[in-house]
Design a protein around this ligand. Structure first.
Ligand code: NAP
Ligand code: MG
Length: 492
């Protein structure tokens, strides 16, 4: 049985811990991939110390040289794409098509970041004074902790690690406990790409012990976190208190707005993809459909039909459209929320239960679920469920749709289905989300386009795209005076 090891200062080291957990395939709980040994606080500390030691040389390594290592990692990821996609499906449960998509996104991000290594430029600025000018340089921060969730266990770590390294930081990577196998492969790829010892370290351990030790360490100058709001907000408080940088990408409750002039086929198919794709376990998943009364009956009847036709199963089978929830706890959470929706008086139109039979009994499968006549005060309309559950909220017109869509603590993604340019652009102006889509699902994004949310979803700089390196660099301003004379008058 595989035992996942930590990677500290260029060495793969088995944890001395006696706390273990099994890595289980959520589509078939008889399939055990390996054993986790939860890293101790001491091991977590030694990873930070190794990263701190390695920083001196890495920051002096020219950025294009750092970029070349990241470019090599991109090529290795490309070679490993299929094997890693299979592993991802077995470990996390998403369909093989979704895993291949995640791998392609990871390759794209790595390529993009490698290119950024040749564009780590500052600016030169004219002075008010003769024979004076100023310029800016972008410098790395030091040791950066990357703390990541299980739902995109390849892409999210890579979209943090690659820019952090290109910028000249050293990294301690703490993946989610549920997805150690993919985490190990990512680090092996960077190792093979030639990352110097100590520059990238991996700690497999629980958030509350190893994770806490890493983010609390004085040498960690920045923490990039993606995950739940409870954990993220606590982390923000804890880390910002010592003046270190924090970036948190957290939950979502993403709405689609469907207007009376929408192409309903497109709206239904896109909503189904957004709501049930990855079993609803995307931060950008569609969880609210805000539909105007004129088309609501038709929309509901078509989305229910689509939900019922969804082929559920082991993600490794080509025909599967939707896999399981990631583990027992997530599975129970989803079923609990379905119970809450019923009690609160929402109309259950389909799903609402565990999927069984046809080999599904050994996995954590929930049938795609649609609730109709959900009102904005209900918990299923307000809280992130992270399962294949869609709430339909009926509204009288566009104005009410805007109000309901924005009545959320979260602000990650959204979309609108309409062909009326005036209302589409009013939606773009007024919707309170960091990303919005027109006539397409709430999910999806590209490697060279910034990603992130507002309100309770996001704290700090946007990840990826033109803003990918902002979080991982400090701007230093340099004033140059080549007059050789004492300055006259006052300067502020
Ligand atoms: P989570 O429970 O918050 O965990 C995220 C990471 O934080 C894991 O590595 C976890 O370790 C670690 N952690 C937990 N407590 C910690 C502590 N006290 N100190 C340091 N680290 C700690 O989230 P999840 O269940 O893995 O992921 C699902 C959530 O991620 C959803 O809310 C989803 O919306 C969000 N998400 C957001 C985005 C976005 O970009 N906005 C993208 C994807 C997912 P353990 O695994 O060991 O607990
Ligand atoms: Mg697993």
């Amino acid at each position: 049985m595989t035992i996942y090891r930590n990677y500290i200062n260029g060495q793969w080291i088995e944890s001395a811990s006696s706390k273990t957990a099994e890595n289980i395939n959520p589509a078939n709980t008889d399939d055990v991939l390996g054993t986790i040994k939860q890293a101790t606080r001491e091991e977590a500390r030694s990873a930070v110390e190794a990263a701190s030691e390695a920083f001196r040389d890495w920051r002096m390594t020219p950025a294009p040289t750092r970029g070349r290592i990241v470019a090599r990692a991109a090529r290795l990821l490309e070679d490993e794409k299929e094997a890693l996609a299979q592993l991802l499906t077995r470990e996390e449960g998403k369909t093989i098509a979704e895993s291949r998509g995640e791998l392609q996104r990871s390759i794209n991000v790595t390529e993009f970041c490698a290119g950024e290594a040749r564009r780590l430029n500052g600016e030169t600025i004219q002075s008010e004074l003769p024979s004076n000018f100023a310029y800016t340089i972008k410098q790395p921060l030091g040791v950066v902790a990357c703390v990541t969730p299980w739902n995109f266990p390849v892409a999210i770590p890579i979209w943090k690690i690659a820019p952090a390294l290109v910028a000249g930081n050293t990294v301690v990577f703490k993946p989610a406990s549920l997805t150690p196998a993919t985490a190990v492969r990512i680090v092996e790829i960077f190792e093979e790409a030639g990352i110097p010892k100590g520059v990238l370290n991996l700690i497999i351990g629980s958030g509350s012990e190893a994770g806490d030790e890493i983010i609390s360490h004085r040498a960690v100058r920045a923490v990039s976190f993606t995950g739940s709001n409870d954990v993220g907000i606590r982390m923000y408080e804890q880390v910002s208190r010592r003046g270190a940088k924090v970036q948190c990408e957290m939950g979502g409750k993403n709405p689609v707005v469907v207007l009376e002039d929408a192409d309903l086929d497109l709206a239904v198919e896109s909503t189904a993809q957004g709501a049930f794709g990855s079993s609803g376990q995307r931060c950008t998943a569609t969880s609210r459909a805000v539909v105007v009364n004129d088309v609501a009956d038709e929309f509901v009847s078509r989305i229910v039909k689509r939900a019922e036709s969804m082929r559920i199963g082991d993600g490794s089978k080509a025909e599967t459209e939707m896999g399981p929830s990631v583990d027992e706890s997530q599975f129970k959470t989803v079923l609990d929320y379905i119970g809450i929706g019923r009690e609160d008086g929402a109309e259950l139109k389909c799903g609402g239960e565990r999927a069984t039979g046809d080999g599904l009994d050994k996995g954590y499968f929930v049938r795609p679920t649609v609730f109709d006549r959900v009102t904005i005060d209900m918990r299923i309309a307000r809280e992130e469920i992270f399962g294949p559950v869609l709430s339909v909220l009926r509204v009288k017109d566009f104005d009410e749709a805007m109000q309901v869509a924005n009545d959320s603590d979260y602000g990650l993604s959204s979309s609108i289905f309409s062909n009326d340019a005036a209302r589409i652009f009013r939606f773009v102006d007024e919707i309170e989300t960091g990303m919005t889509h027109i006539n397409s699902p709430t999910t999806g994004g590209e490697a060279h386009i910034p990603f992130g949310g507002i309100k309770a979803t996001g704290i700090g700089d946007r990840e990826q795209g033109s803003t990918a390196l902002d979080f991982y660099t400090e701007l230093k301003v340099v004033y140059v005076d080549y007059t050789g004379r004492k300055r006259e008058g006052n300067l502020y």
